[in-house]
Design a protein around this ligand. Sequence first.
Ligand code: NAD
Length: 489
Amino acid sequence: PTMAHSKALLVLENFIGGKFVPCSSYIDSYNPSTGDVYCRVPDSGKEEVEAAVKAAKDAFPIWSSRSPLERSQILNKLADLIEHDLEAFAQAESKDQGKTITFARTVDIPRTVHNFRFFASSILHHVTECTEMPTVGCVHYTSRAPVGVAGLISPWNLPLYLLTWKIAPAIVCGNTVVAKPSEMTSVTAWMMCKLLEKAGVPPGVVNVVFGTGAKAGEALVCHPDVPLISFTGSTLTAQRITEKSAPHCKRLSLELGGKNPAIIFDDADLSQCIPATVRSSFANQGEICLCTSRIFVQKGVYSEFLKRFVAEAKKWKTGNPSDPTVDVGALISKEHLEKVKNYVKKAQAEGARVLCGEGVDPLALPPGNQKGYFMLPTVIAEVKDDSCCMQEEIFGPVTCVVAFDTEEEVIKRANGVKYGLAATVWSGNVGRVHRVAHRLQSGLVWTNCWLVRDLNLPFGGMKASGIGREGAKDSYEFFTEVKTITIKH
Ligand code: NAD
């Protein structure tokens, strides 16, 4: 019995109205580092979504009438419970997604905890507006109220981190939610559901339906009783969600893909810039929407940069994600690995040079990981700006390095894609840093650093990278409905 038990597959259940409920059909979810089936995920559809929306609707009147302080205390409790189980969550996230255990331990789960603590705090500090009109004897003020049932849809790259970045502000504002994590990475959301009751989250406030985008996701998007959808994922899916929700005029927040430039001027401090740019290219296997994949280097330092950058990239160890010395884990799926590798092939066919990684260096994997979805950090040079590798989001450990001459030229080229999520600028010239930052079409610009976030400030993209922003004030505004009230005295 012990053997059978240890070999039994993890089977997830939907969490609806405070209870785990089985589903009539399931889909397999893989461990990307071994290629084995890791767990079975409910293949929810309209029926399950209907039950979850009903539970959320029923829970709304009581939850929305609780004080912000009460809700804040519950979020803090939930944060403590997740933090208490941090190691178990990190292990599960790494196994489910392919990311390194180190990344899950230091980024995914700590940030999940922080998401709850941050919104638990920020909700206590908002003030609404008030104006006076003495000549007509009026004061005006605004009041904000939760909207209702929020639909939350998240991707596979930072599973619990991104899902809780939505759940926390949604519920702290008094909404109830139906969340649908990616079908490829559902385990940690399911684990979180087990802690909700203990944290004091009333039944029906957080409901989670598992399943595919086409079935469960679309049922949520099309449900008439879900007035707002917060989505993080690809631009293509966002187009579909926009279309499907249009008949209901839903409020949408869309956090989408990127094709982020790193701009490195001659006067950059290369000792800082090179390790940071290797990180901004390959962290989490390059599967972060904020990863840089077009590196523009000014001619004066181009050859030195390229030499040192490739040497640094080669130091990153690819292998078993549960080994704490490994820097690059497995990609999410066999299909995704194939797609990423194909970009490298296309670049080669166009005459670009692959300097390290895919097809150039040998990839030695431990015996248990031979069937995993691995590839080495890959650096490509001499790629044309109009190549698909410079225009499309690859979302893997592949980065292109190209040379530029002038500030004017690089701004134009950096802006020459359909996306506008994030950019990095490396220069010791403070005037230049401001000038370039202002002219980049990008929702976020980091100068002389990468991925330093203050959750208070807006996060989100321009152009095809999204609509709306998330952050203390932005999420508060998205997850509440504002009313202007005029009092004549
Ligand atoms: P995806 O668009 O394929 O899926 C995202 C989620 O949407 C999943 O839960 C999926 O099941 C669901 N979905 C798919 N089709 C749907 C439909 N028709 N209706 C409703 N839901 C549907 O994206 P992905 O491959 O999981 O994630 C990678 C993408 O996410 C990349 O483009 C990346 O840049 C982007 N991303 C953006 C941010 C950001 O904050 N801007 C953060 C992380 C990832």
